[in-house]
Design a protein around this ligand. Structure first.
Ligand code: PEP
Ligand code: MN
Length: 337
């Protein structure tokens, strides 16, 4: 962190300020006295330094971070990729490609068990399905709630597929004990109380990117979970809000290599919520795999026109089969190149 001091700062003020920085934050301070101003360079772990507090000090002209404010999620301090074992057969982040597939919402036992069988046949290695749904309208289907969790477990018993499902509140954490991956949805990416509690458990977390969140804000949310001791975090790019209205969101393909550069955490891409249109799922899934994603999460429904949520972006099992074949073929080609 670089702090430029005002011209008028007296030697005594500068000394007091330097003493405060060293003692409050445990950082080293390098000082350069120029003709017009003094510049301080902070060395060491500056993640705990409150940049707004520094900026508000009388003698400070400007302040700039030169190091990222996240530490545990930062590749600089953890150069190897994080690898997350989910069960005996599924490991995410080890260079293999995994597809999480299933309906937006769990609707019935027949529905979830049949979709689980179908997507497994096509190569999906995890089952997704929402039991608690964050809907824009309070009148829209809100999910089968705890019954939905039970039905996901029934589908897991039938197929062996690990399950991924979204949590919305802290008080539900115990209910999610038997879930394999807990999803934090886009709308809750900055629910810091929820993130802190998820940091205390030993369970893989799929952290979706907020609708209008920057990459740094997203990584800071991962940092909240990791700061509590849970380092099993996967980041899910699911499209962001832009001025484009043709698609539901805009898939930020560049976020994939950027996250890979900045962080060691696995990246999962959701082409379904990014596009809002089933016919766009295949090209976006291909783009994601080509850009280096560790996995995909794709909505599949047995009867999309009658789905209780997100039918327009859901693939039929047959369409999913085609997409899965293509993305696995692409992945093989990339691995051999
Ligand atoms: C979902 O996965 O069904 C969902 C609600 O996703 P998001 O939080 O990305 O909108
Ligand atoms: Mn959905």
């Amino acid at each position: 962190m670089i702090i430029v001091l005002k011209n008028a700062a007296s030697p005594e003020q500068i000394n007091n300020f330097t003493y405060m920085l060293e003692n409050s934050y445990g950082v080293g301070v390098n000082r350069w006295d120029g003709i017009h101003s003094t510049v301080l360079g902070l060395i060491g772990d500056t993640t705990k330094v409150d940049i707004e507090f520094i900026d508000a000090q009388d003698i400070v002209e400007s302040v700039k971070r030169v190091q990222e404010p996240y530490k545990k999620a930062n590749r600089k301090f953890h150069p190897e990729n994080t690898v997350i074992p989910i069960n005996d057969t599924v490991t995410i982040g080890d260079g293999s490609l995994h597809i999480m597939a299933g309906p937006c919402s769990v609707e019935s036992e027949e529905q979830i068990v049949q979709i689980a069988r179908d997507v497994q046949q096509s190569g999906a290695t995890l089952l997704r399905g929402g039991a608690f749904k964050p809907r824009t309208s309070p009148y829209a289907f809100q999910g089968l709630k705890s019954e939905g969790l039970d039905l996901l477990k029934a589908a897991r018993r039938e197929t062996g597929l690990p399950i991924v499902t979204e949590i919305m509140r802290v008080s539900h954490i115990d209910m999610f004990e038997n879930v394999d991956i807990i999803q934090v949805g886009a709308r809750n990416m900055q629910n810091f109380e929820l993130l802190k509690e998820l940091g205390k458990i030993d369970k893989p977390i799929l952290l979706k990117r907020g609708l209008s969140s920057t990459i740094e804000e997203w990584l800071m949310s991962a940092e909240y979970i990791m700061a509590g001791g849970n380092d099993k975090v996967m980041l899910c790019e699911r499209g962001i809000r832009t001025y484009e209205t043709f698609t539901r969101n805009t898939l930020d393909v560049s976020a994939i290599p950027i996250i890979k550069k900045l962080s060691h955490l696995p990246v999962i891409v959701d082409p379904s919520h990014a596009s809002g249109k089933s016919w766009l799922v295949e090209p976006l899934a291909m783009a994601a795999v080509a850009a280096g994603a560790d996995g995909l999460i794709i909505e599949v429904h047995n009867d999309p026109p009658h789905a209780l949520s997100d039918g327009a972006q859901s693939l039929t099992p047959k369409q999913f089969d085609t997409v899965a074949k293509k993305v696995f073929a692409l992945k093989n080609a990339l691995d051999q190149s």
